[in-house]
Write a protein that binds this ligand. Sequence first.
Ligand code: E4P
Length: 220
Amino acid sequence: MKFFLDTGSLAEIREAAALGIVDGVTTNPSLVAKEGVDFRELIKEICDVVNGPVSAEVLSTETELMIKEGRELAKIHKHVTVKVPMIKAGIPAIKALSGDGIKVNVTLVFSPSQAIIAAKAGAAFVSPFIGRLDDVSEHGMGLIQDVLQIYRNYDYKTEVLVASIRHPMHVVEAAKIGGHIATMPFKVFEQLWKHPLTDIGLDRFLKDWRQAKDKLATAR
Ligand code: E4P
């Protein structure tokens, strides 16, 4: 499973990337707005840090403008993936940008039919938002299961980018059913390796080791 960070924070991206297990980054207009910096500059800097796809979202909602904006975003860096929202006007834009050889991530996907359209239009990635579905009492992970099944049926190459992840179990559940990528906030990423028994166990090992060494030293 690939890990993407879902953030616009360069500090978080640098810290996570230093571990060597970050495969890409997703941003969205809300995440970028929080950083209060120039959008294009931020995307370029993220692309310089992470050796993998970096999603930058178009803000236009008309086909021709989306295509124009997507082409401009793609020029920023070879790592840029253009994020296009799943709206009617976005469908020809996904097709055109993908036809140009630009990787497209179809975002704001909440149903299997939307995911089929993303794949048919040639998207490299589809982003079903599982946390937001859970929030409205729908089964977010069920959507991932459905999309994976459908893509397998037709051998679609579009990768399922599990988005709107809220906790580590979302990552684990997505991995169990074969989700290709999990994009997660830095907070969730950090929770992936933490376990209280690991900390307790390590404290004990080191304490036992020190005690044995001290015993040997006094016996000499
Ligand atoms: C994905 O690309 C989105 O940026 C993100 O996962 C949305 O998550 P949220 O529902 O926590 O805002």
